[in-house]
Write a protein that binds this ligand. Structure first.
Ligand SMILES: [Fe+2]
Ligand SMILES: [Fe+2]
Length: 408
């Protein structure tokens, strides 16, 4: 980091205050495409520098988009209609489908909420110069889980509003009907994640600044397809990666069941995103506009890859004991996070290919950052929710020596 040398000479108290801002500036300078930088710039200022997501209630984000009415009620997209039908049949009730009487003790090592080596404790202890007791480790694990679930919850609130906006703005009538089911799905996700955090973990972390930037950018963009690309493909892709990883790794039965049901809904959401955007990008936008979206998704994918670093936990527990750079190192080398990135990109990249945002022009960029291995994967319209769940179950059964082994 170019600012590292400058920061090192400052007194520790001042440095701790300045570092987050230096990182924010560094992050924005990583976006090389000037158009992408311009479109994300205002949201980055609000999210990273002003930390609008952490300034109390309410956070108001202006939304500008046109509602698209059609008084002829056309049947205009058979596959979307089929998704609408399936979504209606597969509704579930968070009150009765999940066993809320389950006793959850997030610090119980016998029923690990996440595996011990989800976080790189060896490195963390090395930097601190002391070994942690099993109880201290269990507390940190519980916090990491609460942090993740809190970010899921905040993302679900964003998804709820984005789904409502897209339902208004999309031009496919069958897509509007389908979109209404997604609004209900996202409300249910907000409900169950919040209930789990509130009643089982009794903890809620504030929204991560980088997640805020993405949500802010999508809410305020007037183009429905950008909201869609951002929410249905990028954020939902990220969410599926995270839900899938946690589903596979947790031993806690209520959380596992909750995630399984949410994953089924999310698979449908990403499928819809692929259908709508493929059609739109092929037939309704210019090559210049397509290229702009292609660059945007590459840059956002990169930003998402390394930026969810749980600084909220650092600030709560480790500030003063280790530096932010050391924490960054701990988190980015943690096996749980590595797996999460892998699952996320294996879902995301094939979807980008399928909607026409992975042309030969951009492929070398993905290759350069090590993501070309995902080019040939299956996209959301080729994989059912049940396939996705059984793939995760199979992986879980096949990898006793993997992350889960540390629990034994
Ligand atoms: Fe959701
Ligand atoms: Fe969703």
């Amino acid at each position: 980091m170019i600012t590292d040398k400058l920061l090192q000479i400052l007194p520790e108290k001042v440095r701790t205050r300045i570092e987050p801002y230096a990182e924010a500036l560094e992050l924005m300078s990583e976006v090389r495409d000037p158009k992408v930088a311009a479109s994300l710039g205002p949201s980055s200022v609000r999210g990273l520098l002003l930390q609008r997501g952490k300034q109390g209630v309410p956070t108001k984000i202006p939304a500008r988009h046109e509602a698209y009415f059609d008084w002829t009620y056309p049947s205009d997209h058979a596959e979307m209609l089929e998704l609408y039908r399936r979504a209606k049949q597969n509704q579930w009730d968070g009150d009765t489908w999940l066993d809320w009487s389950t006793h959850v003790d997030p610090e119980n090592p016998e029923v690990a909420i996440i595996p011990d080596n989800f976080l790189n404790f060896e490195k963390l202890e090395g930097y601190m110069g002391v070994r942690m007791t099993p109880r201290e480790r269990a507390k940190v694990r519980s916090d990491v889980c609460a942090w993740q679930l809190s970010q899921f919850l905040h993302g679900e609130q964003g998804a709820l509003f984005a789904a409502a906006q897209v339902t208004e703005a999309v031009q496919f009538f069958d897509g509007k009907l389908y979109g209404a089911t997604q609004v209900v799905d996202e409300a249910r996700h907000v409900e169950v994640f919040h209930r789990y955090l509130d009643t089982k973990l009794q903890k809620l972390y504030q929204i991560n600044d980088n997640l805020f930037v993405i949500i802010d950018a999508l809410m305020s963009d007037s183009r429905w397809d950008m909201k869609f690309l951002g929410m249905q493909i990028m954020v939902e892709g990220l969410a599926l990666g995270a839900f899938g990883t946690l589903y596979r790794l947790t031993e806690e039965p209520l959380l596992k069941e909750l995630l399984k049901n949410v994953i089924r809904d999310e698979a449908r959401h990403v499928h819809y995103g692929v259908l709508a955007l493929r059609e739109h990008f092929q037939n309704h936008i210019s090559e210049r506009e397509r290229r702009e979206r292609e660059d945007w998704s590459f840059e956002v994918a990169l930003l998402m890859r390394n930026r969810f670093l749980a600084y909220e936990i650092y600030e709560e527990r480790f500030e003063g004991l280790i530096t932010r750079a050391q924490w960054r190192d701990v988190v980015s080398t943690s096996p749980g996070l590595e797996e999460f990135r892998h699952v996320m990109f294996s879902r995301l990249v094939p979807n980008l290919r399928e909607i026409g945002l992975l042309s030969d022009r951009i492929k070398p960029h993905y290759d350069r950052v090590g993501l070309s291995k995902y080019f040939g994967g299956r996209s959301a319209d080729q994989i059912s929710a049940e396939d996705m769940i059984s793939e995760l179950d199979q992986k879980r059964a096949e990898t006793p020596a993997g992350l889960r082994a540390a629990n034994a």
